[in-house]
Design a protein around this ligand. Structure first.
Ligand code: SF4
Length: 224
């Protein structure tokens, strides 16, 4: 029969072996505070009044998906459906994005989906510079917490904001850019693809580039 002192000793030995072998405990140690930080950030966004968009929103749209996602999709701002449901990309454009993710052999729950703005601009107008300035810090914190290998920018606004450039999407897409330690691939917004189906071919090329980046060593595929 194992006495209490012996049991504690056995438990300590087992834990130290686990720590030496490693990774699982280390992973849990690391992931716990990240999860909490994400929840804190989510609550901050829920009650945010940093810009006037808070007064017209029904719901803020924080973002959703896997906290361990290797790929993150970033759009411009919530639309009507997203504002109603408090979830990103759930309207017609969202259905197309879900199909695009499926065509990559992934599920929405495998990736993380967010927008630059967390509240809907009235009438789906373009975001104002002041709104982006007030809000984009939330997105950068999400990127930090998730640490994706590849970020796919959806549309001009998201891509131009994240790359801090005035170049249009037609010049940005098809190339690999960098945002911190993540590789960044801009492509057309699904709403633009619904209006211009002939661009779907280019978008698919961009998604295949994302897949190649996910499968490859970072340095060997950077095209900038
Ligand atoms: S858009 Fe962003 S900064 Fe403006 S109120 Fe919503 S969460 Fe806050």
């Amino acid at each position: 029969m194992v006495r209490m002192g012996e049991f504690e000793q056995l438990a300590r030995t087992y834990i130290s072996q686990m720590v030496e072998m490693g990774e699982r405990l280390i992973f849990l140690e690391r992931s716990r505070p990240e999860t909490d930080e994400m929840k804190v950030l989510m609550e901050e966004v829920r009650s945010c009044k940093r810009c006037p968009l808070h007064s017209s929103r029904r719901n803020s749209v924080f973002g959703e998906g896997s906290r361990e996602a290797e790929v993150m999709f970033v759009g411009e701002a919530p639309g009507r459906e997203e504002d109603l449901k408090g979830r990103p990309f759930v309207g017609a454009a969202g259905e197309l994005l879900t199909k695009m993710i499926g065509a990559m052999g992934l599920k929405r729950s495998d990736v993380y989906i967010a927008n630059v703005l967390k509240c809907r601009p009235p009438g789906n107008r373009d975001p104002l510079g002041s709104e982006v300035e007030a809000c984009c810090d939330y997105l950068f914190k999400q990127i930090d917490l998730i640490g994706p290998k590849v970020i796919c920018g959806l549309g001009s606004h998201a891509s131009m904001t994240l790359l801090d450039t005035t170049s249009p999407i037609s010049r940005l897409r098809g190339k690999v850019h960098r945002i911190g330690s993540a590789m960044f691939v801009p492509t057309y917004h699904p709403a633009a693809l619904l209006r211009n189906p002939r661009w779907k071919r280019h978008a698919w090329e961009d998604l295949k580039l994302v897949l190649r980046l996910l499968d490859s060593e970072t340095e060997s595929v950077t095209e900038e």
